[in-house]
Design a protein around this ligand. Structure first.
Ligand SMILES: *Cc1c(COP(=O)(O)O)cnc(C)c1O
Length: 441
């Protein structure tokens, strides 16, 4: 009972009080905690629609979709209802050796839309785990088929696949993670999407190393975390074709691009490719609950079939795999994406955003490059010296104006909800233009 009084909101209702309590007990990811309280963190009290509301009642337009996960906004009544209905049917039961009706229904619904042939779904909670699962499946696939020596992965410069050790290994480091290099396994590294020769270089590496390659892993169309770098669809199609010719598995990491972000339901569609393994996360539950999935094609799945308890089994599984609450929300989310014609809004708002960025942002002297695909935009600033922290300062200036943004280094990322309105797009760009002008003057 005393704990209730201690945590009564009225005791410390101001931001300073909450930040003190926060930094005393919470460790924030990718955040230097010694300065966390000084960087004006927003302490969210609640969220609704496209906004988050802090403990003092200030409202912020969530222009990063709570770090790329929110698709339809916060507190969507239809999703809330789906969640409430599932609560009465049980929050979670294990997927290890048993099933759950709502997870079967979700998998059936996803089967209709994922760009994978005869898909089978292995669920986890985070994008990194979906990647981890894909890497292990690709590795074991060859062993199960009696093929030796296929134990390497080809990944790309600028890649980001998550922060677990396997996912970090195929990622291109950066973000201060170099310190973990001694723990990571070596990979073949093709150039990133920022280098226009990436497809040719990757194709040659596949041709030369095919007999050692378990799989190629790529973020189709957009490398998000490296600052919204765009890879052309023809290059991706050629990559998929070369993988097929040389019998190398293709893993597409659509954790960021999946569920409409790039203008099609999956980025693979724009390149017309169908990977052997597909990683889903972020938008799968509309940003509601932690759920990810590794989708395996029929032939990949079949390679794991064998006698009970045999070595062909995939010995991997997570406690919260196939969480029923998340599955219920994910099903409703798929229905709403269609019923609300959300992809049309993504495409319309994207071309509107392109026009506004061209008008208001591209010509600013502090702006080096503007990249956009669907509702993923990167505005790269060009600070004249190191250490000016333009990315962070510009985002702080937009936050002060009520638009929540977060940079990747000196790239300001715009990743609004897929249901963003025209008026809100205008507000985001107008605010950003003011902030860039103020900070870089
Ligand atoms: C965010 C992201 C991940 C990692 O997902 P988490 O849920 O943060 O573990 C993996 N791949 C891509 C492309 C991502 O954008």
């Amino acid at each position: 009972m005393r704990a209730v009084a201690l945590y009564d909101r009225a005791v410390t209702g101001n931001t300073k009080g909450w930040v003190d309590r926060d930094s005393a007990v919470v460790w924030h990811g990718f955040t230097q905690m010694s300065v966390y309280p000084d960087n004006s963190p927003v302490i969210v009290d609640h969220a609704e629609g496209h906004e988050v509301i802090d403990v003092e009642g200030n409202r912020y337009l969530d222009a990063i979709s709570s770090l790329w996960v929110t698709t339809l906004g916060h507190c969507v009544p239809e999703l809330d209802d789906a969640l409430r209905a599932q609560i009465d049917r049980g929050a979670h039961t294990t997927m290890l050796g048993n099933g759950n009706r709502v997870v079967i229904e979700l998998s059936e619904a996803l089967t209709q839309v994922v760009p994978v042939n005869d898909p089978h779904f292995l669920y986890a909670s985070d994008g990194a785990c979906a990647v981890e699962q894909a890497l292990k499946i690709a590795f074991q696939y060859w062993i199960n088929r009696g093929v030796t020596g296929r134990n390497k992965f080809l990944a790309f410069g600028g890649a980001y696949h998550g922060d677990t050790i396997g996912a970090l290994s195929v990622g291109a480091r950066g973000f201060g993670t170099d310190i973990f290099d001694p723990l990571l396994f070596p990979v073949l590294r093709a150039p990133g999407f920022d280098d226009p020769t990436w497809p040719d270089a990757a194709l040659r590496m596949i041709e030369t190393n095919a007999s050692q390659l378990a799989a190629v892993i790529v973020e189709p169309l957009v490398q998000g975390a490296s600052g919204i770098q765009l890879g052309d669809p023809d290059g991706l199609a050629a990559l998929a074709e070369t993988c097929r010719e040389h019998n190398v598995l293709l893993i597409c990491d659509e954790v960021a691009t999946g569920f409409g972000r790039t203008g099609t339901l999956f980025a693979c569609e724009a390149a017309g490719i169908r990977p052997d393994l597909l990683c889903l996360g972020k938008g799968l539950t509309a940003g509601y609950l932690a759920m990810s999935a590794t989708v395996a094609s029929g032939p990949v799945f079949d390679a794991f079939l064998g006698p009970d308890l045999s070595e062909k089994t995939l010995y991997h599984g997570h406690s919260y795999s196939g969480n029923a609450l998340a599955a219920a929300v994910a099903i409703r989310h798929l229905e709403l994406l269609k019923a609300w014609n959300v992809l049309a809004n993504v495409r319309e708002r994207s071309s509107e955003l392109k026009g506004l960025l061209d008008d208001r942002i591209t010509s600013l002297p502090a702006v080096k490059d503007v990249r956009l695909q669907g509702l993923m935009a990167g505005i790269e600033l060009a600070p004249p010296a190191d250490g000016l922290l333009w990315g962070r300062k510009v985002c702080a200036a937009t936050v002060a104006r009520g638009v929540l943004l977060r940079p990747l280094g000196d790239v300001v990322v715009l990743m609004p909800p897929l249901t963003i309105t025209s008026e809100e797009i205008h507000r985001i760009v107008g605010t950003l233009a003011e902030a860039i002008t103020e900070v870089t003057a």
